[in-house]
Design a protein around this ligand. Sequence first.
Ligand code: ADP
Ligand code: MG
Length: 308
Amino acid sequence: MDEHLLIQKYFSNIGSAYLAEHNVEVSIGDDASVTSANINSQYINSIDTSILGVHFLESMTPEEIAYRACVVALSDLAACGAKPCWYSISLTFPEFNEDWLSEFSSGLNRFSEEYKIPLIGGDTTKGYLSITVQVMGQVDSGKAILRSNAKENELILVSGKIGNAFLGLKQLEENSTSKNYQDFYKSPKARIELGMELVGLATSAIDISDGLLQDLNLLCESSNIGAEIFADQIPTSSKKILLELINSGDDYELCFTAKESDIDSIQDISRKLHIPITVIGRTNSSQELVLFDESKKRMEIGSGYKHF
Ligand code: ADP
Ligand code: MG
């Protein structure tokens, strides 16, 4: 099968039901796609590459690999409060294999149906397996939630549970018979609905891809603030290995800041979306990220959390 047919068969119809509602005039098949701009909104654009052994495991199916690569990319739009519009994929794979491509294509379909966006283009090449996903979303002009806008004396909050993906990755790597956490790693959720609801409420946000401590530290650095967080308030599935869990990534939950006066509105959103949201601490002017244990003693988290 030549490349043209391959693209037609496995990529050209993914999420095509959503082309019109996102103003895609020309999709896969021409030299480039054509989309119409919306005057009162801004585009939010992000790209991520997933590599075998780093971002997914050999033991995962092509369906799972495709789905995860896309969600991981889309998660950046959730952190910005954007509504997803479409995505493109640059796929490099070692050899032509119809079974593999067909499963891969199913993973893209699952993703497109869940987030209601079309695949509008891409590139296909031969080489070591790697998947690059570009996502595009939009927000009302000036409304994007940024990392850089937190102020001192605001609440710090997280969605979901922190570290479940790490527990899942461990089960996968150890080929464990218990599989209860594996889906948190294999099929993470991009918190799109939550991000969109938080527009106007969250003063800043970041998606947790590298670990709560690392990512909150980035947010603090961007906003030029410090933070204190409390170990016993951080929602995790195990308190015994808390430090490991808050240092591990792959959850794609949101960590965000908000004014204390907006807490009721945020709790309403949490109930409406059935997503737990927990206050874990507060921002301050210290330029440092500090973690306290239940007796308010400072815990050792390494020296990487002081910006200046
Ligand atoms: P060109 O050589 O003009 O860049 P390609 O053969 O790379 O064209 O692509 C032809 C069409 O197929 C383009 O619309 C491109 O966006 C799309 N396409 C190629 N590979 C993929 C892919 N893996 N997923 C989605 N669309 C793809
Ligand atoms: Mg061309």
